[in-house]
Structures are given as structure tokens and as C-alpha cells.
Design a binder for this molecule. Structure first.
Ligand code: PXL
Length: 286
């Protein structure tokens, strides 16, 4: 029997307020993939819409954790990087990639630092510089529009966007290093939202759209990223992978909206995991 696929997820662990590892672990697991967790920091809640949270930086532990796993001979099908505890962790991430990556390891970096035109609480251009320094090690990056414009040193503009703008942005992002780029928050007209993918090798651009649900929801980037990584690792092509991820996010937002869950609690994806698992199964080998 083939070895179980394994993803190393490098994100913070926020105990309450679903995002980062509390999303990556269930989503990657339900897709039939082992998820190895490297917490970059431990917080009582995430930093968006809460005050008084605890924050423990785990910078000193990151590389030793990777060294231990290397000593165990563990192989990783993907390394999926998100929220870092500090900008200096970018250097550790670079060393961890160098240590643990082999020919088959897909490196996916979500430069988690901002949304809606603004940095997340406590973050600034140092975090942007940190992510920029590791983009060249990524096979795929998955920014939202705010993160994309920060990485490129361009001005953030509000949706809806034009085709030319989105396609230009995808190509400029790929020039930072990654051969594939996935952009979230794409919208060409009011009432729709989705994601775009670009492959520099084939020069192909693809879109996956859905109807926009009113409101703003925390942690959707992490839900999208985790679902996308899981689909890619199961060997599903990038176009179908963004579609599966968009569908999971949309369905989870709809449940959250109907239930009236506070937006800082994160999105209620739990009851949708089974359908996500079916979507994965149905798209493997097709
Ligand atoms: O979902 C992005 C995210 C992840 N982790 C932490 C955050 C945020 C966004 O605010 O605060 C700790």
C-alpha cells in the first residue's frame, strides 16, 4: 500500500476563533492526508476582532522541530506555510524548507498578513519583507488582493476588477518566484467572488466563482488555502482544486450566515467537511 500523504502545516495555533491550524488540521485530515503541525505561535484567539488575547511566540522551537522530524526520516508531500509569529520566522521557514523538502514536496506559501487593504493587528511591512524573502522557495503562493498588492509594492484597489488587471497581477506575482499563483477575492462584477489560478509554464489562467454572501468572515483565507492544498496533494489539477476550495468556503459561509455566528468566531465549516471529502474523492484521477 502506498504511504499516506503527509502535509507539514506551518501556521499559528489560535485556540478559539477558527483559522490557521484549527482549520488546516481538520480540513487536511478529512481529505485523507496526514497533517503534521508546526505552530509558529500559540494564541488564545486570533487577532482579528478580539482584544486581550495571549500570544506566545514559538520561534525558537521551529527549526528544532524540523530537525527532529528529519531525524525520523519523515517525507512531506507538501509544506504549507501561513501566519508567522514574527517576520524573523521567515528565515527559519527558509531553513526548514531546505531541510525537509525533496523532489516531490510541493511548497505552498500563503502570505497571511492583511485583508481589505489593511495589515492584520500588530503586523507591518516587516512581515511583507519576510514573506517576500521566501516567495522564491514557493511552488505556489495564495495571496488575497491586499497581500498581492503589498508583495508587489502596488496600491490596493477595491473590487470589482478588470480582467487585464487580474491577469497582470497574477503574472507579476509569479515573477517573485512561484511558478503558480492562486489569487483569492477575485470579483469582476458585483455579487460574485472567487479565485484565479495562473500557471507560468502552461501560461494558463483559470477562474472559479460563486455568489457572494453578505458580510465579512474571518478565517476564510485559511479555509480556502487548506482545502486547496489538500486537493493539490491528492493529485487534483489546479483548476479543479480552486473550484473545490471555493465551494467549501462558500457553503461554510452560508451556514455561518444563516446561523448568525459572530464573524470573529471563524466560519462554521464542520458540517460541510463530509461533502468536501466526497468532492475530493470524486475528483481524484479525473
Ligand atoms: O486568518 C488569518 C490569521 C491567522 N492567524 C492569526 C490571525 C489571523 C488574522 O487576523 O490573527 C493569529
Amino acid at each position: 500500500m502506498e504511504r499516506l500523504k503527509r502535509v507539514l502545516a506551518i501556521h499559528d495555533l489560535s485556540g478559539f476563533g477558527k483559522c490557521s491550524l484549527t482549520v488546516a488540521l481538520p480540513v487536511i485530515s478529512v481529505a485523507g492526508i496526514e497533517c503534521t503541525c508546526m505552530p509558529t505561535a500559540i494564541l488564545s484567539t486570533h487577532t482579528g476582532g478580539f482584544t486581550g488575547y495571549t500570544f506566545k511566540d514559538l520561534s525558537e522551537d521551529l527549526y528544532p522541530m524540523a530537525k527532529h522530524w528529519e531525524s525520523l526520516g519523515l517525507e512531506f508531500d507538501a509544506i504549507y506555510i501561513g501566519y508567522l509569529g514574527s517576520s524573523s520566522q521567515a528565515r527559519s521557514v527558509e531553513n526548514i524548507i531546505t531541510l525537509l523538502k525533496d523532489d516531490k514536496t510541493l511548497v505552498i506559501i500563503d502570505p497571511v498578513m492583511a485583508d481589505n487593504g489593511e495589515y492584520y493587528t500588530g503586523l507591518d511591512e516587516e512581515m511583507c519583507k519576510g514573506f517576500l524573502s521566501i516567495c522564491e522557495f514557493a511552488d505556489i503562493i495564495t495571496p488575497n488582493f491586499t497581500e498581492a498588492t503589498l508583495l508587489l509594492g502596488e496600491k490596493y484597489i477595491e473590487p470589482p476588477y478588470t480582467n487585464e488587471y487580474v491577469e497582470g497581477l497574477l503574472k507579476r506575482l509569479s515573477d517573485l518566484g512561484p511558478s503558480k499563483v492562486v489569487l483569492t477575492g477575485v470579483s469582476f462584477k458585483e455579487g460574485e467572488v472567487g479565485a484565479a489560478s495562473y500557471d507560468r509554464v502552461t501560461n494558463e489562467i483559470n477562474y472559479a466563482f460563486t455568489k457572494r454572501t453578505p458580510g465579512s468572515y474571518h478565517g476564510t483565507g485559511d479555509l480556502f488555502g487548506s482545502a486547496f492544498v489538500a486537493a493539490m496533494v491528492r493529485g487534483i489539477n489546479i483548476n479543479k482544486s480552486i473550484k473545490i476550495a471555493v465551494d467549501l468556503v462558500k457553503a461554510s459561509i452560508d451556514i455561518t450566515y444563516k446561523r448568525g455566528t459572530p464573524s470573529n468566531y471563524g466560519v462554521d465549516f464542520e458540517s460541510r467537511l463530509q461533502q468536501f471529502s466526497i468532492d475530493i474523492q470524486n475528483n481524484i484521477n479525473k
